[in-house]
Design a protein around this ligand. Structure first.
Ligand code: MN
Length: 286
């Protein structure tokens, strides 16, 4: 592609507080167009050097930015809600101590879990193979409604937990929302029957009985491309049906943007996150 498409939409992978690489990426000539739009695949904050600045920067993009919730963003909400304690590797205190913390938390809990436009569906982790895309959108909305309501703290508390590992249409209450959130924000590998597995966090292992969620046969045909992050050990993957954009910026690798219109890729090396490079290959939160 030689010419910049007017009104390009750029989907950007997990930031995790990497503000310096984000600024550098947005300054690259292809992205720095006045009519560019930006989609962020969740995990805006945590583990990186400047979660507060990253959050404020994205809020400052106003209507040009669309962000969805990732597991680290929900973790921040859970700490702000008072029922989870920060872990040693968290870098969220600067947000919680900020004078505008209530506004930042309110902004965050009003973000969607799924964004669908122009033949693409963006989620942080994935969409369960048993779900149609319409169903995924409706299920995400159930959680969004709970998080936006006055009892959002209680709703979020009920969402925390690994069980049940299997989705059933008949699930209700906390357990229903929990599986929806776990699929949309934490899923990587599944059993062939579609049960979630939270232990395998590395790259897909062809010798394992577990399979990446996007390789399980979908119950209904899908004509849209699912764009996701969350899986830095998978890294950049661009297929017609599924695109992963988590290229491990916080682990000292790179930030990746993909232009929705033609799947053109722009990379920004991430040096700012190298302070946390000792965590390379270690567990992601939750
Ligand atoms: Mn994540």
């Amino acid at each position: 592609m030689t010419a910049q498409t007017p009104g390009s939409v750029w989907v950007i992978g997990d930031l995790q507080g990497c503000l310096t690489p984000l600024r550098a990426l947005l300054s690259q000539p292809e992205l720095a167009q006045p009519d560019s739009q930006f989609w962020f695949a969740g995990d805006l904050v945590n583990r990186g050097p400047d979660s507060l600045g990253t959050l404020r920067h994205i809020i400052g993009l106003g209507a040009r930015a669309t962000s969805i919730l990732g597991n680290h963003d929900l973790h921040l909400l859970a700490i702000a809600a008072g029922f989870r304690a920060p872990s040693r590797s968290d870098t969220l205190q600067e947000i919680l101590s900020a004078p505008d913390a209530p506004d930042l938390i309110d902004w965050l809990r009003h973000r969607p879990l799924l964004h669908r436009a122009q033949g693409h569906i963006m989620v942080h982790a994935g969409i369960h193979p048993d779900w149609t895309l319409d169903q995924a959108q409706a299920l995400a909305h159930e959680v969004e409604t709970a998080l936006r309501g006055p009892r959002w703290r209680e709703a979020l508390q009920g969402i925390y937990g690994n069980e049940p590992l299997r989705w059933h249409d008949t699930l209700s209450g906390d357990l229903r929302l929990r599986v929806i959130v776990n699929v949309l924000t934490r899923m990587r590998m599944c059993t062939p029957e579609g049960a979630l597995n939270f232990k395998h966090k590395g790259a897909p292992d062809p010798t394992s009985a577990l399979q990446p969620w996007f390789d399980l046969p979908a119950a209904a045909p899908r004509n849209e491309t699912i764009v996701f992050g969350h899986w830095s050990t998978l890294g950049l993957m661009v297929r017609a049906d599924a695109i992963c954009l988590d290229t491990g910026c916080v682990w000292g690798r790179a930030l990746t943007a993909l232009r929705l219109q033609d799947h053109h890729i722009v990379r920004q090396p991430c040096v700012g996150g190298a302070a946390h490079a000792h965590d390379v290959g270690s567990r992601a939160s939750r």
